[in-house]
Design a binder for this molecule. Structure first.
Ligand SMILES: [Mg+2]
Length: 293
């Protein structure tokens, strides 16, 4: 499979540059004191090793050229683009102009299809033409305790086996499992997550919501079998969004499983719980996520 192309924004994604830095800056360019986002060095190093990496800032070329040599060897980027490549678009409702990063330009310029491309940026409006490729990061404004890049590094790995990254839901990525362990995840879109998680015995726990329920691998297999028989998309690695009709089928399927006398009682109680959760998802509009191997 083709290497993932990761296109990185600069300001508030990798660095925070300000005339009046809150603490002693890592370096200075032009009139700015620049703070590097914690973990930036290791983040870039891993990205350069595993992916193709490009940089696209809505700032000027002069600014980008002044900053980048402080971060890494700029030659390692597939391309470095600046404001000139953005589309200046007016948002009528806000009466504002924004610089939009239209990935069609990447397609035209590199000849790549956009199925293995992600754009990492703190400003959603910059990605408005291709939200499917977009990973939003929190704006970095100098917080020394910021953990965004190490977690993002893990999340990007989850795209390794994915042929087309665009249909994969990327909101709420910070609370997603990131170590390749198969899981069932029940989530509330963009907010608090409840998860069913399958954890092979002896596997270390990764950061996860405290309300998580843990299924051992046998339990997971029962649920996975059912999911597989209910849905063709279970085998896709990455979160799968279930439509309402599918949720109803899952609910019914789990309840059928829960009623089967040939199934061990502990499996049946888990199936019942899964069924209740699917039903709740259906009635409250929460989103059920399934992450498969
Ligand atoms: Mg930015």
């Amino acid at each position: 499979m083709r290497k993932l192309l990761v296109i990185l924004d600069l300001d508030e994604t990798l660095i925070h540059a300000t005339l009046t830095p809150s603490r002693s800056p890592d370096f200075r360019v032009l009139d700015y004191g620049v703070l590097m986002r914690p973990g930036l060095g290791a983040f870039l190093e891993e990205l350069f090793t595993r992916y193709e990496v490009a940089l696209w800032t809505a700032s000027t070329k002069e600014y980008a050229n002044a900053v980048l040599p402080h971060l890494c060897d700029p030659q390692r980027f597939l391309f470095v683009w600046s404001r000139e490549r953005c589309v200046n678009r007016r948002i009528v409702e806000l009466d504002e102009w924004v610089y939009v990063k239209d990935l069609k330009k990447v397609k035209r310029s590199t000849g790549r299809s956009l199925d293995r491309v992600v754009l990492v940026d703190d400003s959603p409006e910059k990605a408005q033409r291709q939200y499917g490729n977009y990973i939003r990061v929190e704006a970095y404004e100098g917080d020394p305790g910021d953990r965004e890049l190490p977690v993002l590094r893990q999340f990007l790995r989850s795209f390794d086996p994915v042929a087309d990254v665009r249909p994969i839901e990327k909101r709420g990525w910070r609370s997603r499992p990131t170590d390749g362990v198969p899981r069932l995840v029940l989530g509330r879109n963009g907010g608090c997550y409840y998860e069913f998680q399958c954890q092979p015995k002896g596997h270390d726990y990764v950061h996860w919501h405290p309300d998580s329920l843990f299924l051992d691998d046998d339990h997971f297999r029962v649920a996975a079998d059912l999911f597989q028989s209910q849905s063709t998309s279970f085998n896709a690695y990455g979160p799968t969004r279930y439509a309402d009709g599918q949720l109803t089928r899952l609910h019914d399927g789990f309840l059928r499983l829960a009623a089967r006398e040939d199934v061990a009682p502990e499996y049946r109680s888990i199936a019942k719980e899964l069924g209740e959760l699917a039903r709740r998802c259906h009635s409250t509009g929460e989103v059920l996520w399934v992450l498969g191997p």
